[in-house]
Design a protein around this ligand. Structure first.
Ligand code: PGA
Length: 256
């Protein structure tokens, strides 16, 4: 059975380490009992050492992947406030979200995203690259926007590393919204995303590249989005810090 992946983007939540540890503990316990679903938790950076599977330089067996929400593209140097991919790797980070719309809104361009993606791949970490149009128009110009965003954001990815890549399709108007996108439209758009990837890197190289959906997912709509939307998984925002809802979501998706 093909594995699904659920990524929890905690954003700047929860406000205390105690709360963070409580959520992490429950998610980890739930994840250990899933059979076809892999879970990645992306907490705020300062909590990462607390959840690190590394002890005495050994990687402990763990049921949950550990993700960061951002990274810098240089590996070291005079870059105040930045953290590099090799530094994240030292703490057992397995995934990094890159180019989330909230970061793009703060000035992150496709060019910066592409440098970060390469740095993360070089460190042996999976990049989760966020793409998505701001709005839809009747002439379908948004498809050009999406194609350009994907091509430019991934312009530095070597063909042989495309299988390590995860693409998260997140239409901006669904992020933080009340309702998610219709699963039938998700399916259509994800086919387009896969086609753009195949055109850029070759069909055979992209067979294992995962494509996720993100935007207003919760335990109610998640199973339908994964099955009818035909995505490899979800990038979950708000529901990922609502522990009972997230636990339900994981179980429901795993039961598909
Ligand atoms: P949301 O956020 O699930 O709260 O809509 C999704 C995201 O920002 O990745």
């Amino acid at each position: 059975m093909k594995r699904k992946i659920i990524v929890g983007n905690w954003k700047m939540n929860p406000p205390t380490l105690d709360e963070a540890q409580a959520i992490f503990k429950k998610v980890k316990r739930t994840a250990a009992n899933l059979t076809s679903t892999y879970v990645v938790v992306c907490p705020p950076l300062v909590y990462i050492p607390k959840f690190s599977p590394l002890r005495l330089k050994r990687l402990l067996k763990t049921s949950v992947g550990l993700g960061a929400q951002n990274v810098f593209f240089e590996s070291q140097g005079a870059y105040t406030g930045e953290v590099s991919a090799p530094m994240l790797k030292e703490f057992g980070v397995t995934h990094v979200i890159i180019g989330h719309s909230e970061r793009r809104a703060a000035g992150e361009t496709d060019e910066i995203v592409s440098k970060k993606v390469l740095a993360v791949l070089d460190a042996g970490i999976h990049p989760i690259v966020c793409v998505g149009e701001a709005e839809r128009d009747i002439h379908a110009l948004y498809l050009d926007t999406l194609r350009n965003q994907i091509r430019n954001s991934l312009s530095r990815v070597p063909k042989k590393l495309v299988s390590q890549l995860i693409v998260a399709y997140e239409p901006l108007w669904a992020i933080g919204a009340k309702d998610a996108m219709d699963p039938a439209v998700i399916e259509e758009t994800v086919i387009f995303v896969r086609k753009v990837l195949a055109d850029a890197f070759g069909q055979e190289n992209t067979l294992n590249t995962l494509v996720l959906y993100g935007g207003a997912t919760n335990f109610r709509n998640a199973p339908d989005i994964v099955s009818r939307g035909k995505v490899d998984g979800l990038l979950v925002g708000r529901e990922s810090v609502n522990t009972p809802g997230f636990v339900e979501l994981l179980k429901a998706v795993d039961a598909l």
